[in-house]
Design a protein. Structure first.
Lengths: 117, 109
């Protein structure tokens, strides 16, 4: 396992449809994070998990957004009833391994780019 | 609420020049500060992480400093190369990191 992977890499959907994104973290990492990034801005924190526990979700953008990490491994981010304003890059990161730059260092995946028509 | 600002928003330099990127934050009670690089359309690559108890970190041609009392961090890039062209982002916090908008760096051959 060489890094964080995200699928799909690109998603085009029509307004009102539901979409789900998947993130597979680095295997030994116990923390997993979701961010949203719009053009010209830095990533915006959405939520994170330690193992299967979702420790922060108050910054999810609305109740249309939900995330799961049922077995403490991969995670999914779902957006229900998509709106054009949801168009963005959705990034996943993981941390918690030993060594490297330290356990707090977050390692990011390549992102899923969502376009809502 | 923590606000993170990066200045300048864009920077263009000739190859070989040393340069400094700036990051400021409003709340000095941070857990750590991390610098990232982002290439167009790609995810983020971690460059350096500074714990709140540290003042600087170095990796190769990169040196990052942290002054919590003034709410500032700098990323120093020595002997810049065209391959350094990217957007550089700083982020503060712990698990719920807050990012600046980034500095877009272009290094001209």
């Amino acid at each position: 396992d060489t890094g964080v992977s995200q699928n799909p890499r690109h998603k085009i959907t029509k307004r009102g449809q539901n979409v789900t994104f998947r993130c597979d973290p680095i295997s030994e990492h116990n923390r997993l994070y979701w961010y949203r990034q719009t053009l010209g801005q830095g990533p915006e924190f959405l939520t994170y998990f330690q193992n299967e526990a979702q420790l922060e979700k108050s910054r999810l953008l609305s109740d249309r957004f939900s995330a799961e990490r049922p077995k403490g491994s991969f995670s999914t981010l779902e957006i229900q009833r998509t709106e054009q304003g949801d168009s963005a890059m959705y990034l996943c990161a993981s941390s918690g391994g030993v060594g490297g730059e330290g356990p707090e260092t977050q390692y990011f995946g390549p992102g899923t780019r969502l376009l809502v028509l | 609420k923590q606000e993170v600002t990066q200045i300048p928003a864009a920077l263009s330099v000739p190859e070989g020049e040393n340069l400094v990127l700036n990051c400021s934050f409003t709340d000095s009670a941070i857990y750590n500060l991390q610098w990232f690089r982002q290439d167009p359309g790609k995810g983020l690559t971690s460059l350096l992480l500074i714990q709140s108890s540290q003042r600087e970190q170095t990796s190769g041609r990169l040196n990052a400093s942290l002054d919590k009392s003034s709410g500032r961090s700098t990323l120093y890039i020595a002997a810049s190369q065209p391959g350094d062209s990217a957007t550089y982002l700083c982020a503060v916090g712990g698990d719920d990191m807050r990012f600046g908008a980034g500095t877009r760096l272009t290094v001209k051959p």
